[in-house]
Design a protein around this ligand. Structure first.
Ligand code: ADP
Ligand code: TRP
Length: 342
């Protein structure tokens, strides 16, 4: 019997920050390592999704390859035959299935998509594209072509996952068993252990999460920051004026964020880190230690990034893309036959 599929896509629009790294990339890589005996793991770059909102196209190709190298530097294994790494646009069936699914997707349903509403609100009328509106249909095609059951994504993508289940169920009841229906969101959380709740906060405004959509870079540590500049950002982080580290104090978000970052960058459990600073009446030592930890984390990450074997990465992409093309074309043909195109 073939293995159940775990599938996820990470967009490559920007350099990743440490929130993306610890909150999304590392958990996915750990999963790829720990579950690949039992499951088929599909990890892909949804490059056709990259320009659903306007971008600088002269940077796209370099950014895609850069982010793929980041995955490898973060530990993604290239020599595991159950782990597939691919670029969406290299598998034309994604686009073709999207065109088909479009005719089975209701305008009303699509109009209720929160991400579409949020993103389009930030754009001028002439910048809102049909591609942005269609984003969830392409995402459904990404998932349904491979019969994926488990899809690790952040909460902001839950509605798209529900949409995928809905269109799969409707197509199945109209045309017979065409698609594997992914598990509902609650089951996904059960399966992945819901440690997706990690949120690194902005260094300047610790009430917000660290996010690349911020206006300024001061509160964000990018994986590509120079280690010295990153340490400086940590030393300048906003704290508070209580004058004592009290881990139970909900108003010490800045301090809690530093403890979290120190824990993640040194690989020390959070409660251990917290215990060793609790009660201190100066913030200086915590800031200095966190700055040093971030600096050496970035130094060693960037060394690993330079050492990534570009040839091995390309070979893996080509191998995965050939395999995914054969799986996806079979799924597409099944759909084409069912709807009367073949
Ligand atoms: P951003 O907010 O920077 O635009 P995305 O929304 O593209 O990030 O998120 C990509 C992935 O990174 C998601 O899985 C999301 O949950 C995770 N992520 C984003 N920001 C953080 C953060 N500050 N802390 C932890 N995880 C984060
Ligand atoms: N929409 C996802 C995001 O923005 C990325 C994505 C595209 C994806 N296609 C997917 C995730 C299929 C999981 C499965 O984070």
């Amino acid at each position: 019997m073939s293995k159940q599929v775990i599938l996820t896509g990470l967009r490559a629009n920007n350099d990743l920050h440490i929130g993306n790294y610890f909150g999304a990339l590392l958990p996915i890589i750990d999963m790829a390592k720990n579950k690949s005996d039992e499951y088929q793991i599909n990890l892909f770059v949804p490059d056709l999704h990259s320009f659903t909102t306007p971008i600088d196209h002269s940077q796209l190709q370099a950014q895609i390859m850069h982010n793929l190298r980041l995955f490898v530097a973060a530990g993604l294994p290239l020599d595991n035959s159950n782990v597939h790494i691919y670029r969406q646009s290299y598998i034309p069936a994604h686009s073709e299935l999207t065109v088909i699914l479009n005719s089975f997707s209701g305008m009303g349903h699509m109009n209720r998509m929160i991400q579409y509403k949020d993103k389009s609100m930030k754009l001028g009328d002439d910048q809102i594209s049909v591609g942005l509106f269609d984003y969830p249909v392409l995402m459904a095609a990404d998932i349904l072509l491979y019969g994926a059951k488990f899809i690790p994504v952040g909460d902001d993508q839950s509605q798209h996952l529900e949409f995928t289940r809905d269109i799969a169920e409707r197509m199945n009841s109209k045309f017979g068993e065409l698609f594997t229906v992914p598990e509902p969101v609650a089951k996904q959380h059960e399966f992945f252990g819901k440690d997706q709740g990690l949120r690194i906060k902005d260094l300047v405004d610790p009430a917000k999460k660290m996010s690349k959509s911020d206006d300024s870079d001061k509160g964000i540590i990018f994986l590509g920051d120079s280690p010295e500049a990153a340490a400086k950002k940590i030393r300048g982080a906003t704290t508070d004026s209580f004058g004592k580290i009290d881990v139970a104090n909900q108003d010490q978000a800045g301090i809690q964020n530093l403890l979290q970052i120190l824990s993640l960058t040194t690989g020390t459990p959070l409660d251990e880190v917290t215990a060793s600073y609790a009660g201190q009446e100066q913030y200086g030592p915590l800031k200095t230690d966190t700055a040093e930890a971030v600096q050496s984390f970035l130094q060693s990450f960037q060394e690993r990034l330079i050492a990534v074997d570009g040839g091995a990465l390309l070979a893996k992409l080509e191998e995965s893309e050939a395999k995914m093309n054969s799986i996806a074309s079979e799924s597409l043909l099944r759909v084409q036959k069912a709807i009367g195109l073949r």
